[in-house]
Design a protein around this ligand. Structure first.
Ligand SMILES: Nc1nc2c(ncn2[C@@H]2O[C@H](COP(=O)(O)OP(=O)(O)OP(=O)(O)O)[C@@H](O)[C@H]2O)c(=O)[nH]1
Ligand SMILES: [Mg+2]
Length: 285
């Protein structure tokens, strides 16, 4: 994807980070939710420092939107690197067993300690973290098996931390998404904008769509066939792709095909996962 220097300075982020540090001290386990379509770009690079040695489970969300073979390759790679990671569809798969399995050793340790000192039974405290829009609140609702947290397909839906008691063993903390202060890597910023983790206004829609088309040309050349009837885009000019989308959908500006409207439609369909199973990041690529 095109290189561009993107600076993103949401003023409240450093304050949010300070607050996170306070919460991390009081939890037993962190679950970092990343978007399965770009699990590296959607990781928070500040997490290692933030976690301060606490165990972290990596959860790749939106596996229903991602390329299944690519997701499999990611999980294998994380395993090789000794990072506990799982992938799934947070709106469908049940994650409560997975969480209790992952936390089993922690639970056993905590219970043994409580018994030794005659302490009262305390639930394991799990903190859900991740950049905006990756599915943190959806995970909370999944674990609670009911709607406890507000969700929405845009960045910044959760505004404040919220503790949710799942059962006698678990209490989970939902947190607002935080993004690092700036992204020197333009390609990463483009991925985050396409995933809805970074406010779209950060990049012009046309630029974003051209970057997406460039990536699809190389990796998923047939991906516009079903929705837009454009068969193989591998050797097509990106501007032409936009014009064809505009023509097929009758997206006009006056009486001319509107590239701007076509760009918007393409990005929306990608974001909503209806273009098909597409990963934006491929291991070792
Ligand atoms: N298809 C699909 N959609 C998902 C999945 N997980 C989350 N979503 C959707 O992604 C969007 C964002 O989910 P949220 O749970 O609000 O994300 P969040 O991380 O809490 O976002 P912030 O609170 O803004 O930081 C919503 O539209 C969810 O329905 C998944 O595994 N598959
Ligand atoms: Mg949320």
């Amino acid at each position: 994807m095109a290189q561009q220097n993107i600076h993103y300075f949401p003023g409240h982020m450093s304050k949010a980070l300070e607050k996170m540090r306070g919460f991390v001290k009081s939890v037993d386990l962190l679950v970092e939710v990343v978007d399965g379509r770009a699990p590296l770009s959607s990781q928070n690079p500040l997490l290692k420092e933030l976690a301060g040695g606490k165990p972290v489970l990596l959860l790749l969300s939106k596996s229903d939107y991602a390329d299944p073979l690519v997701t499999k390759a990611w999980i294998e790679l994380f395993k090789e690197e000794g990072i506990p990671a799982v992938a799934g569809n947070l709106k469908k798969d049940r994650f409560v067993k997975l969480l209790s399995d992952a936390a089993e050793p922690l639970v056993a340790k905590k219970r043994a300690k409580e018994q030794r000192y005659g302490m009262i039974h305390q639930p394991i405290r799990v903190m859900i973290i991740g950049i905006p829009n990756v599915g943190k609140s959806t995970l909370i609702n999944n674990l609670a098996a009911k709607k406890k947290a507000k969700v929405g397909n845009k960045a910044g839906v959760t505004r404040a931390e919220q503790w949710i008691k799942l059962n006698d063993d678990f209490i989970v903390l939902d947190t607002p998404g935080i993004l690092p202060m700036n992204y020197p890597d333009g390609a990463q910023a483009i991925r985050l904008a396409l995933l809805g983790s970074m406010k779209e206004e950060v990049l012009p829609t046309i630029d974003l769509s051209i970057a997406l088309i460039g990536y699809l040309k190389e990796n998923y050349p047939q991906s516009l066939n079903e929705r837009f009837g454009i068969e193989d885009i591998s050797n097509m000019d990106s501007g032409l792709v936009l014009r064809l989308i505009a023509e097929r959908r009758l997206l006009l500006e006056g009486s001319n095909p509107s590239e701007e409207k076509a760009a918007y439609a393409l990005i929306k369909e990608f974001k909503d996962g209806i273009l098909g199973s597409i990963s934006l990041e491929i291991p070792h690529a």
